[in-house]
Design a protein around this ligand. Structure first.
Ligand code: CA
Ligand code: CA
Ligand code: CA
Length: 529
């Protein structure tokens, strides 16, 4: 028997989208270790319906998200940071996170943040995940996913208290003062961080989300330090993502180390990640496209790919999906230029590969059944066999006990008919819909060919009678009929009467039995005057 790999081979090739900026989206290309090999992953899924929460700076309206933005929430408590004149509210619009001298003077936040233009961070992250295939602009990793924009940062950052409430709300949990989120997220993208340990409060809410099978993806941070110093990347249970550039190199800014799970494109220098933004330098002025670099851009590539997987595997557990993700990564480029990531425990276990991941998820939910069972087996004979489901040897039980018997990987044919064998792979059954790992295969048990001998006189005269005598190894019921009713008649018991000159042909048949196939014979008698 052929050995069965965990990953099935080829997928249907998918045509590249005609969105004009696609050609510049190197991060989505199929260059190993550089792009995430997205196109063929779309033959499995485009993330339809999966809810991805982008807990970030909010969002501006953009035609790339048309019809797929869910009602989010604005958890920014501080009106100065929010820039919308009040505390928390139901409108997660990104009012612009620009910082100017006036703002610093007024708020006394001088020293905590620098003067800068608005970067439309949340909108950029959403575009990486969910920009439409619409012959305009860019495309997102999961272009049919739905986005839940949850605002937690504004001008000069955000607070952990707001973040904790935002995370709970995104997962559908109750948060005082906010309406219940009717679209709980399957994936939460956290392209944000602060330089401190993971607090018990933040860890506890991430644990709550893990309990709900929500997958939380966190950016490793952009300080070129060990990611263990950056939260929430350093919380247990997050998928922590560092960033690479367009040569597959570790981005110079990217946090690294043991806490990093994997790497994805984040851009470096002029080779940035292109996505959706607003054109305004301070407040929103209208939709556009622009480039940003950061682990903030790497994380949503992973969130988007997880959304693709969730769309086809809603029943697979969070932990198993993460295991499949981390076991389907590409190796890092070994080129000296990419040194950094090819050293162990720097950029995680490998580089994101969407097609390999989706192929592995597909094999997991549609495990390939392979056996060396023959199509047919004769009654009274037996054959050794093996069966594997998804590469694992499985046992079988016989559904049709009177037809066949399976014992110690030997199948025996007992009686003519269809032998049905049921296989099931138990293992981690609690995380898997049982039906996906059970099924039936059949082998046709063929009977023996009966020996059927019929004898009669060779000649008769018109008006004479005779008897066909029949012997058979089969117990099957016999039918005796004339094929030439004008020349001779035949009774069911084999009495022949010659009617006119010619050739009398009589057909003898036996019906199939549990041991024998149907049998037939003919006799031919010349009828003379
Ligand atoms: Ca507000
Ligand atoms: Ca608001
Ligand atoms: Ca587009």
């Amino acid at each position: 028997m052929n050995s069965v790999g965990a990953v099935a081979a080829v997928t249907t090739p998918v045509e590249p989208p005609r969105d004009p900026l696609w050609e510049r989206q190197w991060a989505l290309s199929s260059n190993p270790g550089i792009g995430i090999d997205l196109l063929n992953a779309w033959s499995f899924s485009r993330g339809a319906g999966v809810v991805v929460a982008v807990v970030d700076s909010g969002i501006v309206s953009h035609s790339e998200f048309k019809g797929r933005l869910l009602p989010g929430y604005d958890f920014v408590s501080d009106p100065d940071v929010a820039g919308d004149g009040d505390g928390r509210d139901a409108n997660p619009r990104d009012e612009g996170n620009y910082v100017d001298a006036d703002f610093l003077r007024r708020t006394g936040l001088d020293g905590q943040c620098a003067v800068s233009d608005s970067d439309w961070h949340g909108t950029h992250v959403v575009g990486i995940i969910a920009a439409a295939i619409d012959r305009r602009g860019t495309v997102g990793v999961a272009p049919e996913s739905r986005v839940l924009p949850v605002r937690v940062t504004g001008r000069c950052g955000g607070t952990e208290r707001d973040l904790v409430d935002a995370l709970r709300w995104a997962a559908g949990l109750e948060v005082a003062g906010a309406p219940v989120n009717l679209h709980p997220a399957a994936v939460v993208n956290l392209s944000l961080g602060a330089a401190r340990p993971c607090t018990p409060r933040l860890q506890s809410v991430i644990d709550e989300l893990s309990e709900l099978e929500v997958i939380v993806v966190a950016a490793a941070g952009n300080e070129n330090v060990d990611a263990s110093t950056s939260t929430p990347a350093n919380c247990m249970g997050t998928v922590t993502v560092t960033a690479t550039g367009d040569l597959g190199q570790r981005a110079g800014y990217a946090n690294f180390g043991y806490w990093v799970d994997l790497a994805a494109p984040g851009g470096e220098g002029g080779s940035s990640i292109l996505s959706t933004v607003d054109r305004g330098l301070s407040i929103p002025e209208g939709e556009g496209y622009g480039g940003l670099n950061g682990t903030s851009m790497a994380a949503p590539h992973v969130s988007g790919v997880i959304a693709l997987a969730r769309a086809i595997a809603p029943g697979v557990s969070r932990i198993e999906l993460i295991e499949l993700l981390l076991s389907s990564l590409d190796p890092f480029q070994q080129d000296p230029q990419t040194l950094g990531c090819s050293v162990p425990n720097i950029c995680g276990l490998g580089f994101l590969n969407a097609t390999r991941f989706l192929t592995a998820v597909d094999a997991r939910i549609n495990p390939k059944v392979e056996s060396d069972l023959p199509a047919t087996l004769q009654v009274g004979t037996e054959v050794p066999f093996q069966m594997t489901v998804g590469g694992e040897t499985t046992s079988v039980t016989v559904v049709t006990g009177s037809i066949c018997e399976a014992r110690d990987s030997v199948l025996a044919g007992l009686a003519r008919g269809v032998c049905i064998l049921r296989y099931s792979l138990d293992g981690d059954g609690e995380t898997t819909p049982a039906s996906s790992r059970t099924g039936e295969v059949s082998v046709r048990i063929v009977g023996l060919n009966p020996e059927l001998v019929a004898t009669s006189p060779k000649r008769m005269t018109v008006g004479a009678r005779t008897l066909v005598s029949v012997t058979s190894t089969s117990e099957g019921a016999r039918t005796i009929t004339t094929k030439t009713p004008k020349v001779c008649s035949a009774s069911p018991t084999g009495k022949i009467r010659a009617l006119k000159v010619g050739t009398c042909v009589v057909r003898i048949k036996t019906t199939p039995t549990s041991l024998y196939e149907a049998g037939s014979a003919t006799v031919t008698i010349k009828v003379r005057r």
